[in-house]
Ligand binder design. Structure first.
Ligand code: HOZ
Length: 426
């Protein structure tokens, strides 16, 4: 495939945007080459500026669960835009989407809307600190909760892809309050809790990790965290930015039957517009301004276009009884197909999958945490990435990212993807 125009556009962008991109993973640094510029997208397909059609496996890193330019979302946004795009005043649609989320997600009474997953997690931690009166938090190596200071400690996603899991600019004062545990290793969390008695405000986790590839929690891990939090009143925060409204209507809380104290959302909840949110029971949410003393605000929070898009998306997911089953079946089909191709061609690999999240690791160690995720062979990853791209299949340009499956994919698309993988490795 030819990417002449994309490459020219990237050169122009580099003059005025750091690294040419507004989010680092897009720069293709982990895989080599230059990014592809999207002209438009519909359903499961991207149409790029060079005239190529690509089957999309990142789907805006999750939000496009029902495909690009999903008509009910487009219609809702167009209708709202004609009536004004932002007021900085309450609108009815905010209450409607809040009611819908509260009805879909277990264990929450109230929700506050923000503009990104980063804001949601940042605000959730402030709320946890304000509620408990304690300062420290525990996070897990390789988990990514957005780019606010407290979380850029052994962070996953772009932070690890570009070798700055601990970013310069985060002060030592901030970093000292973030304690680091290992994913799927309850003993590492127990040790931190014991060593910091009555100092831990919250444990924040991606309950299915998605920023070091996809890593499921092992049996008993989330239950163990829940138990650990119950005793000394630590708040358990589930960062469901990736998993919320993707793995089940009620997210991981519903899927694995483990309750969180605060849940963070992003991606699907905004239907492709910039939306994040955090939610909890009344006793916790009532600590938030203007009801309580913990401050949090935003001019564009609850923006009518974003709320309309999110409401249309969640309504569709809420009314389709089979959507999550269909998504999981398609992902399983892809999993089986890729496993066969890689095995037949003696490519050492491990594939992780939960529902419609999947990632391919080029190592044979079971991938359960950051250390095992980092063992993958990046040269083989580059081979699959460029080999697939040359055949019109777009997977995430980093081995640390999850592939997100959309319901718009047909089995013909999945077969084409598997066939492309055969060509890459034959
Ligand atoms: N950090 C995002 C994926 N985990 C990448 C977002 C983007 O480039 O848009």
């Amino acid at each position: 495939m030819i990417y002449k125009r994309s490459s020219t556009l990237f050169t122009e962008a580099e003059k005025v945007i750091p690294g040419g991109v507004n989010s680092p993973v897009r720069a293709f640094k982990a895989v080599g080459g230059t990014p592809i510029y999207v002209k438009e997208a519909k359903g499961a397909y991207l149409f790029d500026e060079d005239g190529n059609v690509l089957i999309d496996y990142i789907n805006s890193w999750g939000p496009m669960i029902l495909g690009h330019a999903y008509q009910p979302v487009v219609d809702a946004v167009v209708e709202k835009a004609q009536k004004g795009t932002s007021f900085g005043m309450p609108t009815e649609i905010e209450t409607k989407i809040a009611e819908l989320v509260v009805s879909m997600v277990p264990n929450i009474d109230k929700i506050r809307f923000v503009n990104s997953g980063t804001e949601a997690c940042m605000s959730a931690v402030r709320l946890a600190r304000g509620f408990t009166g304690k300062d420290k938090i525990i996070k897990f190596a390789g988990c990514y909760h957005g780019h606010s200071d407290s979380f850029l400690i052994q962070a996953g996603s772009g932070a690890v892809t570009f070798g700055s899991p601990n970013s310069p600019g985060v002060t030592a004062g901030t970093a000292k309050d973030t304690l680091l545990a290992n994913y799927n290793d309850l003993a590492s969390v127990e040790a931190l809790v014991a060593a910091n008695k009555n100092e831990i405000a919250s444990i924040i986790i991606e309950p299915v990790a998605g920023n070091m590839g996809c890593i499921p929690p092992i049996n008993g891990f989330l239950e163990g965290l829940r138990k650990l939090c119950d005793e000394p009143s630590i708040l358990l925060i589930f960062d469901e930015v990736m998993t919320g409204f993707r793995l089940a209507k009620g997210g991981v809380q519903e899927l694995f039957g483990v309750n969180a104290d605060i849940v963070c959302f992003g991606k699907v909840i905004g239907g492709g517009l910039p939306v994040g949110a955090f939610a909890a029971r009344n006793e916790i949410m009532n600590h938030l301004a203007p009801l309580g003393p913990v401050y949090q605000a935003g001019t564009l929070s609850g923006n009518p276009l974003a709320m309309a898009a999110g409401f249309a998306m969640l309504t569709a997911l809420n009314t389709d009884e089979n959507v999550f089953k269909r998504l999981a079946e398609k992902t399983e089909y892809l999993h089986k197909g890729l496993t066969k191709v890689l095995t037949d061609n003696n490519i050492i690999h491990t594939i992780n999958r939960v529902g419609s999240m999947i990632s391919v690791h080029f190592d044979d160690t079971k991938v359960v945490d950051f250390e095992t995720a980092a063992k993958g062979n990046n040269e083989t990853f580059k081979t699959i990435f460029h080999g697939m791209l040359n055949q019109g299949i777009y997977i995430a340009p980093s081995a640390f990212e999850t592939w997100f499956i959309t319901d718009a994919l047909t089995y013909k698309d999945l077969d084409a993807t598997i066939a492309a993988c055969i060509t890459v490795f034959k």
